[in-house]
Design a binder for this molecule. Structure first.
Ligand code: GLU
Length: 292
């Protein structure tokens, strides 16, 4: 029997340009897949038009190429996959694993954990707004970097939204449908998404999909201790020399790249020497603290 091919992916939302934090995720996912002889895919998660920044999807793709990371298959755009999300949603509804909910944010307790108000049906006189997934099981998983994680969606989110009140599909549903559709076997991304993973594993179980391996990299913190983010307009990597950018990303990931080589030689080195065990098992890290 042939072994299952390794497939990794980088799945940015087009909410701004590639910055050092997203570059670290791109480099980590690329090396984990490619150093195992696998494929690396690129998926643009453009299902939230209000948050989208015009032109950023094509700039992200261009910047990745310029930095030496080219996807093995054509780029998948989530905006072309709405039918697949609808089908998954219909299945969950038919199986009684999802239900309409009439609550708005102001109906939720301060904890933000959904108390199950509409679980057994919407009260008379109220109209459905969103669709929620019925969380029935606990979920403990072993993360390839962070170790054992026992996040129980029932405790951290309760039944969660899979179609939003504005009619848009929620990230949790779209990501699960597409990781399965693209045959993804490993998800390497920032530890800011660690809390989403148990929700995604619950959805995978409900839809009969295999769970990929998960590796959550430390989130890059800026000098003032905040997560670098596209929304906060972190400095785009395009303003830096590609060799400097990739060298810094590798160092952040605990690797020890050689100095003074070309981009091509740097990638050859990285593919040969990538060692995920060197990645700090931290949820967040500032690049300056790392050197100390
Ligand atoms: N689209 C998400 C983001 O840019 C990442 C999704 C994922 O890697 O699962 O934050």
């Amino acid at each position: 029997m042939n072994p299952i091919p390794v497939i990794g992916r980088f799945a940015p939302s087009p909410t701004g340009d590639l910055h050092f934090g997203s570059l670290v995720c791109a480099v980590g996912s690329f090396l984990e897949a490619k150093s195992a002889g696998g494929k690396w895919l690129l998926r643009i998660e453009d299902i939230d038009p209000p948050r989208e920044v015009a032109g950023s999807a094509s700039r992200i793709i261009r910047d990745l190429q310029r930095l030496g990371m080219e996807a093995d298959d054509p780029v998948l755009y989530q905006s072309n996959r709405l039918d697949a999300y609808q089908q998954a949603l219909d299945r969950l509804l038919e199986d009684g694993l999802a239900y309409p909910c009439a609550c708005s944010r102001k109906d939720l307790p301060a904890s933000g954990i959904y108390p199950g108000t509409c679980r057994e049906g919407i009260r008379a006189g109220r109209a459905p707004r969103s669709i929620r997934f019925r969380v029935n099981h606990s979920c403990i998983f072993s993360d390839g970097i962070q170790g054992e994680v026992s996040d129980l969606p029932a405790d951290s989110s309760g039944d969660f939204v899979i179609r939003r009140a504005d009619g848009l599909f929620a990230y949790q549903l779209a990501v699960v449908v597409d990781d399965h559709f693209q045959g993804v076997t490993q998800v390497v991304r920032g530890a800011d998404l660690l809390d989403s993973t148990s929700r995604q594993i619950c959805l995978q179980k409900a839809l009969g999909f295999d769970a990929p391996d998960y590796l959550h990299l430390p989130v890059v913190l800026s000098g003032d201790g905040k997560k670098l983010s596209k929304r906060l307009r972190a400095d785009p990597v395009i303003h830096q020399d590609p060799v400097v950018s990739i060298t810094k990303a590798l160092q952040f990931l605990g690797q020890q790249p050689p100095d003074g080589c070309s981009l091509e030689t740097l990638w050859q080195w990285a593919l040969k020497h990538w060692d995920k065990r060197q990645v700090p098992a931290r949820r967040a890290l500032s690049p300056t603290a790392m050197k100390a």
